[in-house]
Every structure is written in structure tokens, then in C-alpha cells.
Design a protein around this ligand. Structure first.
Ligand code: ADP
Ligand code: MG
Length: 862
């Protein structure tokens, strides 16, 4: 509340100092404008009438670790794209207008990125008037009949308001009428089509509980804050023909020679520590139209200045201040009380802030860039102030709020420090391009909601009885009626009431004196007049008595009324407290709800993270299992390989052992043969020496050897690599067709269908060794199959030479082994083994599973 700066008597404390106990949070509202084009990407969704959700646009999602892709923000209320200007006004500005009428201050600002609808919300357009024209309209609808005459209230130059006496006011009015060219009655004026339909009459609304016993006047100011300079948009700039026209940067203006750059204003603090723009024009307006016309004049001036000085309007803050002065009527309800102390001034500031984006949307260079920096600076200061305020309030700290760092915050410092309702409309454009800026706007808005501002108190009562205006009005009406009835009082004539009174007196006696001796008429007249005088005296007394009585009754009534009013006031206070309590609880609930929402969101994220980890764990386990399986496979492969290698080693060891044995045997045989030959020679020599007649006899081997030798030979055939053995046996001559072969193939052999087959022409094919066949041939071959260490079938061709023994039998000396190897398709059937013996007690052919057994068998048969 802005109180009057006044007289020299010590000032009473401004009411705000005593009333800081009750506080309300800054009311933050969110308005979402429609998308410019329908196919534009949208990043905002209205979830409820208090919450919106922001989605990161597609392009951005990839950059952000998948974190907080969606965020929710809650406000006192959210207005979707279909909200009309009227609906917005109803919720946001109407309570502020009611407040200003009840002597309480209000501050309303729009905040957002350029193009988000701040100006649309604040000013609007024809047919869609914004908060500003609607607020003006509501004020005039409410105080219309109670407005003071122009110039009754007069602003002083120290942010105060004086009450002029009737005569001075009248003189000022006459001066104005003679100066201005505009017609007196605004209703007959031609309205500028640019703002003709800002408010339609059917939307008109009115505040309740307007104090009829006060008189009101509205004053408006309009300022612009650009580059941290304050300009008065309503200042009448005198045209200076001498001074050259320069713009702010110091270069001559491009065209308009009429244009004079505006002078910046400074901020001052009044006696009550309220900030005001020193020397700022305050225009008294008497109707919505007049007020809006003044606003429009300022708008035009702003536009021209921006064009001339090459400024970007989105970078300036515009502040429209509506001041409402009100003072009680005097006791008879006729005139404004001539007491400066009784004047109340409340104000509503409507602020259209500069675009909140960090960089200029258009290309900013040089001085423009610096300006942009300053404007950013002032919004930054606003943010810092809000932050510090919040911190001070929440943590009980007492940090200095840097209001003075920018003009905007300095001007409004009283709202945050003192008292008054503060409301903010956060405007957002849902298009994806604005996403990042909108995110910052949302954060600021959330923070702002946590700041509390002292609630304004109710205005003190002036002490006069209520209903003065009405009584005065009724009296005046009655007077007029009676005057009209009477056709107006005529000179020398008494009013009708007096006539009636006179008629109630006894009639005067005839006062005609009959003669000089008539001493009856005069005394009678004197007597009658004296009587009348007495009656009059009595009547006066009676009248005074009645008047006094009436006065005391009225006084009583007045005091009754006063006490009732006080009682109502008291009840109102209590109601206010209850309201506050309710509001606090509601706020607490809101806060908890918000917190729980946040926690739910966090839980959700944690759940998702857990799921991801579990998924990872599962896949790792899976991999582990498959690796273990592979390891096992490789181990078993290794074991199989080892077994195979061992088999090969054993096999080749066995083979070599046999080979060694065979060679030893061959050597032995050879030695024996040599021994035998020597023996024989010795015997023959002996015979020659001793008998001389046994020359032609065949040498006989001792019987001992006859039995032994073949067995030994069979066990050790002469090895091939040691060169041709001594052949004491007669070797069968080759037949005409070459060598003749015994081809021994046991029945148990599997037909392997190999391409490489021994080619033996004239061979006698047998499946068991037979002496008959051997006697006809000189070569023997046994086709023997066995399982090799690697499990494959291996065919061995064991070759030998047939000799006739001295005993007349046949002997086979094995000379060579050829080995053929091939993969066996019927390995299983080959594995058959049998221990059965034939009917003659000899093992069957199938039992010959190794070459030794077979050759031994063959040799035994010979
Ligand atoms: P700002 O002042 O934030 O830079 P404006 O108020 O100038 O933005 O809005 C930019 C454009 O968007 C204007 O043409 C305006 O008419 C339009 N606009 C903004 N808000 C709305 C809305 N709620 N409904 C319809 N049009 C809107
Ligand atoms: Mg704008």
C-alpha cells in the first residue's frame, strides 16, 4: 500500500511494517499458446489443469543419456490452448483488480520466450483484449459512479497524492478544457479502430464491496525499460528545432527529423521507502476508453522509438501502472475530505517482460549484442533475486537480495519485500525449437512459486458513518423533487413548509385601526403577536429538543453501526486467518503431492535401471554357460586326442617290438643256417676223410633241427631291409607265365570296394591256406584286415615266398607287408568277434584277428 507522503508531523509507521506475519506464495500460472503450424513438432502436453509435461524433442533425445526425457511442472493453474482471454482474466487478474479497489497493491507480469504469447496475454488484439484492457474496464465498471471530478486528486512529484479544494480543481479543469482539442465527452469520441474492440460490453465485470463513501480517481503511467534505462512513454516531448537529432548510439537519425530520442528517467525512493520513477507522467483517466487511448499513445511512441533507434522490441520490458487514489467523502457525503492523511493510493503494475531467451533471435551484433546482454542481465537479476528470496525464506538466512542490480527488480522491490499480491503468467510456445529455453522458463517458474510475499492488510476505517453518499444523494434528490414540485422558490415567498407552519398558528386579529382612539386593536394585535412569539419560541425549543434527540439517536445508531462494522471486520480477520490456515494446508498437500510424484518418478527410473542390470546379468550368465560348455567340449576333445595318441604310440611301439623280434629271429635263422652249412661241410669232409663212400649223399639235418627249424622260421621271417637272405631252400622256378600267387583272402574280410586292388594274374584264390595250392605256387599273399589305432580299417597285404622243405612240405617266408588304409563305412559290423571254434577244434577264420596268428596258422599247416 502506498501511503501519502505528508506534513511535518512525525509519520506513522507504514502499515506494511506491522503486517508481515501473513504471507502468500507468488501465484504462478502457465499459459500454453497454440502451435504456429499444425505440423510443427510439439514438446508440451497439458496433463491436468495444474500440470504440464515437457518431452525432449526427437533430435535431442540421443544426446541426453536417456535421462529425464519427460519432466512435469505444476502451477497454480495451467491454461491450455483453448483458454479464452476472458477465462484467463477471471482467474489471474480479477482478484488483483478487486485488491486495488480495496486499497491493496498488485503486480502481474508475463514471462516467457519471445513469441510465446506474453504480449498477446497482456495486451491482446482487437476482439481478444488481454489482461490490461480488461483490468482497466473492470476498474471503471466498479468505481464508475463514485469517481471524483478531474483534478480533485493531484499527484505531487514525490509519489504522493494531494486533495485539491473545489475551486483549484475547477480552475484546473477549465485550463485543461481550453488547452485540449479533444471533445469533453469521451463517449462521443471516434475510437481508434486499432483498439476499438478490445473488450466487448457483455464481458464487463465489476468488483464487489466497493466503498461507496469514498471518491476515486485513476491515474496511469506507461514506461519502458530498455538496456537498463527507463523511458517514459507518456511524456509529451517538446519539439526542439535547434538540437540535432541523434540516436542513442550517437549517429544521426536515418529519416524522421521530428523524432527526439527520449530521455531516460531515474528511480527514487519515497518517504515510505517505495520505489517510483521520478518525474514520470501520470495521466488521470475517467473511462476505459480514455485509459486505453493513453496506453495506445504510449505503444505508438514505443514503436516509433524502436524503429528510429533500431531496437528490438522483444528485448524491452514494458510496465503499465494503474494507480487508484481514493479518499472518504466528508461527513455530509458531499465532497472529498480535505485530509491528505485519509487518501489511499493503491497500484496495479502490469509488466510485459522482455523475451527470456539467452541469445537474440535475430542476429545481434555490436551495440545490439551489448543491449541484449543488458536485457539478459536484468532478467538474470530477477532470477537471482527470486533465488535469494527463496533461500532466505526457506533456510532462514538473511542474504542481501540484489534488487539494485537492475531497474526492473529495483522498481518492484517493494512487492517482494513489502506486501502486495504478485502473480506471474508463464507463457509457453509448445514448439520443439523452444524446448531448451522453455525448460529454463519452467525452472524459473517453479522456483518463483516457492517465494512468499506478505499479504496486504485491510484498509483502516476512516471513522465516519457509512452510507454518507447515499444519504447525501437522497437528500439532494428529495430537494430537487420538492423544488420541482414547487416550480422552484420565488423571491420574497416563503417555502411551502413555512406556509403550512404558519397556518397552524391562531389567526391574527383584524389589524385595521378604526380611529385615533382605537386602543383595542393594537393591544389585541400585540397580544396575538406575543402569543405567536411564544408559540414560536416553544416550537423552536421543541424543534431543538427533537433535533437533539434525533442527533443522539443518530449518534447512537452511528456508534452501533461502527461497532457492527468493527465486529464484521474482526470476523473478517478471523475468516482470513482460517483461509490462510486452509491455504497453508492446501499448499502443504500440494507440496507433498509434488514430492510424491517426484519420488514415484525416481522409483520408476530405478526400476528401469534394475531391469537393465538384470537383463545384463542374464546375458552374462548365458555367455558364461556357453563358454563353460565350449571348455568342456574342448576338454573331452583333448582327452579323445590323448587316447588316440596313446593308441598310436602303443601301436607303433608294438609294431617296432615285433619288427625287432622278427629281425633277431631272422638273424638267428641265418646264423643257424650258416652253422648248419658248416656242419654239413664238416660232416662231408669227415665222411670223405673217414668213409670215402658217402660222397653223393644228401646232407641230413639232425632230427632235432628238422622239427625245430620250420617253427623258428615261421616266427622270424627274414627281414627285407637286411638284403636277400641266404636261401638254403630250393626255390621253385618261375613258370612260363611269371610268378604264380596264392591269394589268401579269409572269408571274414569285408569287401572295401577300394580302387587300389592288388593285381595278381594266374593267382589261386583261397580263403584258407591249403598245401595243395602252395605246392603249385611260389608266392603267397595274405589279405588281412584289422582295426587301426584310430579306429579305421586297415588292410595289410602280407607277401611271402614259398619254399619246398626238405621234408617234402611247403614253407612260406614272409618278405613284405603293404598297408592300405581306408575309411570304413560299416565299422560296426567289422567289430564282430567270436571265440567259437570249429568242429575240428581249430579256431574259425573269423578268429584270425592279427597277422601273427594267421601266419603262424599258415605255417603250421605246411
Ligand atoms: P511475445 O510477446 O511473447 O513475444 P506475442 O504475444 O507477440 O509473443 O505472440 C506471438 C504471436 O503468437 C502473435 O501473433 C500472437 O497473436 C500469437 N499468439 C500468442 N499467444 C496466442 C494464443 N494464446 N492464442 C492465439 N494466438 C496467440
Ligand atoms: Mg511481446
Amino acid at each position: 500500500m502506498i501511503r501519502q507522503a505528508k506534513g511535518k508531523t512525525p509519520r506513522r509507521l507504514p502499515p506494511k511494517k506491522a503486517s508481515n506475519s501473513q504471507k502468500d506464495p507468488v501465484g504462478v500460472y502457465c499459459r500454453v499458446r497454440p502451435l504456429g503450424a499444425e505440423d510443427e513438432e510439439c514438446c508440451i502436453e497439458v496433463i491436468s489443469n495444474t500440470t504440464i509435461q515437457l518431452h525432449a524433442p526427437d533430435g535431442l533425445k540421443a544426446n541426453r543419456n536417456g535421462e529425464f526425457k519427460e519432466t512435469q511442472y505444476s502451477f497454480k493453474k495451467v491454461f491450455g490452448i483453448k483458454t479464452t482471454q476472458g477465462e484467463l482474466f477471471e482467474d489471474v487478474a480479477k482478484p488483483l483488480v478487486e485488491d486495488i479497489i480495496h486499497c491493496k497493491n498488485g503486480l502481474l507480469f508475463t514471462y516467457g520466450v519471445t513469441g510465446s504469447g506474453k504480449t498477446h496475454t497482456m495486451t491482446g488484439s482487437p476482439g481478444q483484449g488481454g489482461l490490461l484492457p480488461r483490468s482497466l474496464d473492470m476498474i471503471f465498471n466498479s468505481i464508475g459512479p463514485y469517481q471524483a471530478k478531474r483534478y480533485v486528486f493531484k499527484p505531487d512529484d514525490k509519489n504522493g497524492m494531494e486533495v485539491q479544494n473545489q475551486v483549484d480543481a475547477l480552475l484546473d479543469r477549465q485550463k485543461r478544457d481550453s488547452q485540449t482539442t479533444v471533445p469533453k465527452t469521451p463517449t462521443t469520441r471516434r475510437i481508434d479502430p486499432e483498439f476499438a474492440d478490445m473488450i466487448s460490453p457483455e464481458e464487463a465485470c465489476k468488483a464487489d464491496g466497493v466503498d461507496e463513501d469514498s471518491s476515486y480517481s485513476v491515474f496511469v503511467s506507461y514506461i519502458e525499460i530498455y538496456n537498463n534505462y527507463i523511458y517514459d512513454l507518456l511524456e509529451e516531448t517538446p519539439i526542439d528545432p535547434i538540437k540535432p537529432k541523434w540516436n542513442v548510439a550517437g549517429t544521426p537519425l536515418r529519416n524522421n527529423t521530428e523524432f527526439i530520442p527520449p530521455q531516460s528517467k531515474i528511480l527514487r525512493e519515497d518517504q515510505n521507502h517505495n520505489m517510483y520513477v521520478a518525474g514520470c507522467t501520470e495521466v488521470e483517466v475517467k473511462s476505459t476508453e480514455e485509459a486505453f487511448e493513453v496506453f495506445w499513445r504510449g505503444q505508438k511512441k514505443r514503436r516509433i522509438a524502436n524503429t528510429q533507434l533500431n531496437r528490438e522490441s522483444s528485448r524491452s520490458h514494458s510496465v503499465f501502472i494503474i494507480k487508484l487514489a481514493q479518499a472518504p467523502l466528508d461527513a455530509d457525503g458531499d465532497n472529498v475530505l480535505q485530509d491528505k492523511n485519509q487518501v489511499n493510493v493503491s497500484q496495479l503494475c502490469l509488466v510485459d517482460l522482455a523475451g527470456s531467451e539467452r541469445t537474440s533471435r535475430t542476429r545481434a551484433e555490436g551495440s545490439r549484442l551489448r543491449e541484449a546482454g543488458n536485457i539478459n542481465q536484468s532478467l538474470m537479476t530477477l532470477r537471482t533475486c527470486i533465488e535469494v528470496l527463496r533461500e532466505n525464506q526457506m533456510c532462514g538466512t538473511n542474504k542481501m537480495v540484489p534488487y539494485r542490480d537492475s531497474k526492473v527488480t529495483h522498481l518492484f522491490k517493494n512487492y517482494f519485500d513489502g506486501e502486495g499480491k504478485v502473480r506471474m503468467v508463464v507463457c509457453v510456445n509448445p514448439k520443439a525449437d523452444d524446448y531448451e529455453e522453455t525448460l529454463l522458463v519452467m525452472r524459473f517458474a517453479e522456483m518463483t512459486q516457492e517465494v512468499e510475499v506478505a499479504r496486504p492488510v485491510d484498509r483502516p476505517i476512516c471513522g465516519f458513518a457509512a452510507g454518507r453518499r447515499q444519504r447525501n444523494q437522497a437528500f439532494k434528490e428529495e430537494l430537487t423533487r420538492r423544488l420541482e414540485e414547487r416550480g422552484g422558490p420565488l423571491d420574497g415567498e416563503s417555502p411551502t413548509v413555512l406556509n403550512q407552519l404558519l397556518q397552524s398558528f391562531p389567526p391574527l386579529p383584524p389589524c385595521e385601526i378604526s380611529g385615533p382612539n382605537d386602543d383595542v386593536t393594537l393591544p389585541r394585535l400585540i397580544e396575538a403577536l406575543e402569543k405567536r412569539h411564544k408559540i414560536r419560541q416553544m416550537m423552536i425549543e421543541e424543534y431543538n429538543k427533537t433535533a437533539n434527540m434525533l442527533k443522539s439517536v443518530l449518534q447512537e445508531q452511528d456508534s452501533n453501526l461502527l461497532s457492527k462494522e468493527n465486529f464484521i471486520q474482526e470476523q473478517r480477520g478471523k475468516l482470513g486467518e482460517k483461509d490462510k490456515m486452509l491455504q497453508n494446508q492446501k499448499n502443504e498437500i500440494d507440496r507433498l503431492e509434488k514430492k510424491s510424484k517426484m519420488l514415484e518418478y525416481k522409483i520408476d527410473i530405478l526400476q528401469k535401471t534394475t531391469n537393465i542390470y538384470e537383463e545384463d546379468k542374464r546375458s552374462l550368465q548365458h555367455e558364461l554357460e556357453s563358454r563353460e560348455q565350449r571348455l568342456q567340449r574342448e576338454m573331452s576333445e583333448k582327452r579323445r586326442m590323448e587316447a588316440r595318441m596313446q593308441g598310436i604310440v602303443t601301436d607303433s611301439k608294438l609294431k617296432w617290438e615285433k619288427e625287432c623280434e622278427r629281425r633277431v629271429n631272422a638273424k638267428q635263422l641265418e646264423m643257424q643256417n650258416k652253422l648248419w652249412v658248416k656242419d654239413e661241410k664238416l660232416k662231408q669232409l669227415k665222411a670223405i676223410v673217414t668213409e670215402g663212400k658217402t660222397e653223393n649223399r644228401q646232407p641230413q639235418r639232425p632230427s632235432r633241427e628238422k622239427d625245430k627249424v620250420p617253427a623258428k622260421r615261421s616266427a622270424s621271417p627274414s627281414p627285407v631291409p637286411t638284403g636277400p637272405p641266404v636261401r638254403p631252400l630250393h626255390r621253385r622256378s618261375h613258370s612260363a607265365g611269371g610268378e604264380r600267387w596264392v591269394d589268401h583272402k579269409p572269408n571274414t574280410n569285408v569287401d572295401l570296394d577300394t580302387v587300389l586292388q592288388p593285381n595278381l594274374p594266374n593267382a589261386i584264390k583261397v580263403n584258407a591256406p591249403s598245401e595243395k595250392a602252395l605246392s603249385k605256387c611260389d608266392k603267397y599273399v595274405l589279405t588281412h584286415q584289422e582295426v587301426a589305432s584310430d579306429g579305421e580299417i586297415q588292410t595289410k597285404l602280407i607277401k611271402g615266398e614259398v619254399f619246398k622243405t626238405r621234408g617234402g612240405g611247403q614253407a612260406v617266408q614272409f618278405t613284405d607287408i603293404e598297408t592300405l588304409k581306408q575309411e570304413n563305412p560299416v565299422a560296426a559290423s567289422r567289430k564282430r568277434r567270436s571265440s567259437e571254434t570249429g568242429p575240428d577244434g581249430e579256431p574259425k577264420e573269423g578268429d584270425w584277428t592279427d597277422v601273427e596268428t594267421r601266419t603262424q596258422k599258415a605255417l603250421r599247416l605246411l
